[in-house]
Design a protein around this ligand. Structure first.
Ligand code: ATP
Length: 301
């Protein structure tokens, strides 16, 4: 048993998000190349009575502070699987943008699983953690794993990808979020309106080759998000954000996941810092932050 455990957990960007046709169960088959980046939330777990959550941070509007918080749901799910009482007081310090397409809620859920496992004296490699993560949502297992990985199925079946070197990113954060289900629905609507018959999603060989060789230029050219048109349709101002990043020297630009965060790849750390300053100055984003990837998944600190 430990008295207090803090876990640091990264945000993700999708290097490729290939969305298959709508399935009968309402989900889509995906090929989702996840990449963990150095924008972190921290979740602290301490002994408590029942499951309680406190959320701290600058832009935390819309984050539930009751049992609906994904971190609280994760704690209850793990406790139920272990047959222990879900007694834990959770404090979340958020830096990952909320509803920003960077899987912040899923990250907090993964962090809560690792923190509670430690608090309750459970082996961190216990299969209960991965099984709970997969049951909580398709982005949660990747937040446990980190690095770079290809997710298939609904995104929860993960294969780690070996990469060379460090990639430098800038994230342009938008005011307000976009609802992930609304963006998928818009994607389906746009495809139907255009008469697109979508085939099964495939991983991009160019993207995989760029990751294997550490070639940032090639990676920038291979970035692709099938949800981007839908995010742009719901939030047309993102087109100006993407254009501003390209004009300021980004070697790749795309909407992150379901948006509205935009991700830009830079040639170097220095270029990322100056790109972040240009984007912040251009008035096309609430703020812009430089980060790098890949980084490890949920880690006790
Ligand atoms: P994804 O990239 O996985 O689609 P996202 O990054 O767009 O997700 P999140 O920040 O994970 O979005 O949150 C989406 C919604 O989930 C929030 O608007 C909020 O209502 C709810 N939520 C529940 N728990 C959390 C949490 N710990 N942090 C953030 N949002 C949470």
């Amino acid at each position: 048993m430990n008295a207090r455990t803090t876990v640091r957990v990264p945000a993700k960007v999708n290097l490729q998000l290939a969305v298959g046709p709508l399935r009968d169960d309402g989900y889509h088959d995906l090929v989702n190349v996840f990449h963990a980046v150095s924008l972190f939330d921290e979740v602290t777990a301490e002994p408590g009575a029942g499951t309680t959550v406190r959320v701290e941070g600058e832009s935390i509007e819309g984050v539930p502070v009751d049992g609906d918080n994904l971190a609280a749901r994760a704690a209850r799910m793990l406790a139920a699987r272990l047959g222990v009482e879900p007694d834990v007081s959770l404090t979340i310090r958020k830096a990952i943008p909320v509803a920003g397409g960077m899987a912040g809620g899923s990250a907090d859920a993964a962090a809560a699983l690792v923190a509670c496992a430690r608090l309750w004296g459970v082996d961190p490699t216990s299969p209960h953690l991965y099984e709970s993560a997969a049951a909580l949502g398709s982005d949660v297992p990747f937040a446990l794993l980190g690095g770079t990985a290809v997710g298939t199925g609904r995104g929860e079946v993960l294969a780690p990808v070996e990469t060379v070197g460090r990639f430098h990113w800038v994230f342009a954060l938008a005011d307000g979020g976009l609802s992930t289900p609304a963006v998928y629905a818009e994607c389906d609507r746009l495809r139907e309106a255009a008469g697109v018959r979508q085939g099964p999603p495939q991983a991009s060989p160019d993207l995989m080759a760029a990751l294997a060789s550490g070639d940032a230029e090639a990676l920038g050219a291979a970035l692709h998000n099938d949800l981007q048109d839908a995010a742009l349709s719901l939030r047309p101002s993102l087109a100006a954000t993407l254009a501003a990043g390209r004009e300021s020297g980004a070697i790749g630009a795309l909407v992150s996941g379901s948006g509205p965060t935009c991700a830009f790849l830079a040639e170097s750390e220095e270029r990322a810092v100056s790109l972040a300053a240009s984007l912040a100055g251009a008035g096309v984003a609430r703020s812009a932050v430089a980060a790098h990837g890949p980084v490890p998944g949920a880690t006790v600190i």
